[in-house]
Design a protein around this ligand. Structure first.
Ligand SMILES: Cc1ncc(COP(=O)(O)O)c(C=O)c1O
Length: 376
């Protein structure tokens, strides 16, 4: 509560006093001996100056503007104005950071440009929580399994940062069904949803000074936000609406250089809803190989395909170029509140292991090591 100093006899506008105010409230209530009483308010205490639009129950000599007083505040001198280092007016670091990097800031900017009553209908494409629709409910078996596991008391401990071995094996087993080779528990890093998977991958890529990453446009803004946070340069390639939002591979190639380390594809796509064909994904893998870059495949919607096009995991092409797949229970199992996701490393030909960045450190070790470090 902010405490303001007012001279004796000053009355609160819209405050309350039940105490000993001497000056009666204008349009308010007084039960006591108020020396200064609120206009339109009540006083409960011994307030000599009471709240503007607030309440006083105690012995405050000066009370809040628009606040409440229950205590024993003594009048404070009007605080000197402080030039907060983090404030926007001073070009403060935090203010600038908030405006540039907050996803909400981007959302508000977009919302502000929308004309709700304009000639074109506005579709709420940002609604990413399937569980709010009563028609969608996760399987009772899944809920029972989680409840039973909790009741064993075996999982209340701190788990390994990269996830419990049994859970990692289960995800590896599940993802292996979609590709012609087997993933092991070591290929899986469990995260707090797909969001944390993004949060651990981007800083790894940002370790190399001057590195850049290729992101789809339109895309999912968490990537831009995380890249900005880690000072990783972003270059955007276009998706082509006339071709089912396929990636414009020519434009993608033209913007890559020797500092490009990875590209992101979102498949099934948010926000466009498209599902890429086998042929298109094969071309993406070939281009990535030609450019010598990783493919980060955001596949959190992998099991939520509403149409005839089948979902093909990018890991299918892991032998062409290494793939880091981001997955999550949130959408496909309709349980975003469970906060469980993963990074799966699809690299059957061990390209990451063999790619030495320095004689002592392979990129593979760097990647796995840093992901582990960030998760532990
Ligand atoms: C494309 C995409 N990736 C990642 C996420 C984050 O997944 P999660 O909710 O599991 O953190 C979302 C959530 O909306 C998303 O749309």
């Amino acid at each position: 509560m902010a405490t303001v100093h007012q001279s004796d006899g000053a009355a609160a506008a819209n405050g309350k006093s039940n105490g000993h105010a001497e000056a009666p409230a204008a349009n308010g209530k007084s039960n006591g001996h108020a020396e200064a009483a609120p206009a339109n308010g009540n006083s409960n205490g011994h307030a000599e100056a009471a709240a503007a639009n607030g309440e006083s129950n105690g012995h405050g000599e000066a009370a809040a503007a628009n606040g409440e007083s229950n205590g024993h505040e003594v009048a404070a001198a009007a605080p000197e104005a402080v030039e907060w280092n983090f404030a926007g007016a001073k070009g403060g670091v935090l203010a600038a950071t908030g405006a540039n990097m907050s996803i909400r800031a981007i959302r508000y900017k977009i919302s502000a440009s929308v004309q709700e009553n304009g000639p074109r209908p506005v579709l709420p494409l940002a609604h990413g929580d399937p569980s709010v629709f009563p028609a969608f409910r996760t399987a009772v078996e899944a809920e029972d399994a989680v409840a039973a596991a909790l009741r064993t008391g075996q999982f209340n401990c701190y788990p390994a940062g990269v996830g419990l071995p049994a859970a990692r094996s289960a995800v590896a087993e599940h993802l292996s069904q979609g590709v012609p080779y087997r993933l092991s528990a070591d290929d899986i890093f469990l995260t707090a949803g797909g969001t944390q998977a993004i949060e651990v991958i981007i800083p790894v890529l940002a370790q190399t000074a001057g590195a850049n990453i290729l992101l789809p446009r339109p895309g999912y803004p968490n990537y831009e936000a995380r890249a900005a946070f880690n000072k990783l340069e972003v270059r955007h390639f276009d998706l082509i609406p006339e071709k089912g939002w396929e990636i414009d591979l020519d434009s993608l190639e033209s913007m890559a250089d020797k500092n490009t380390t990875a590209m992101v594809i979102i498949n099934p796509n948010n926000p466009c809803g498209s599902v890429y064909s086998y042929d298109h994904l094969a071309k993406v893998a070939e281009v990535a190989r030609k450019l010598g870059i990783l493919v980060i495949a955001d596949e959190v919607y992998g099991k939520l395909v509403l149409g005839s096009a089948p979902f093909i995991p990018m890991g299918m092409f892991g032998h062409i170029t290494p793939v880091l797949s981001i997955g999550s229970l949130s959408k496909s199992w309709i349980v975003p509140g469970w906060r469980l996701g993963w990074v799966a490393v699809y690299d059957p030909t061990k390209i990451l292991e063999e790619t030495k960045v320095t004689p002592n450190h392979s990129f593979h070790m760097l990647l796995r090591g840093l992901i582990k470090l960030l998760l532990c």
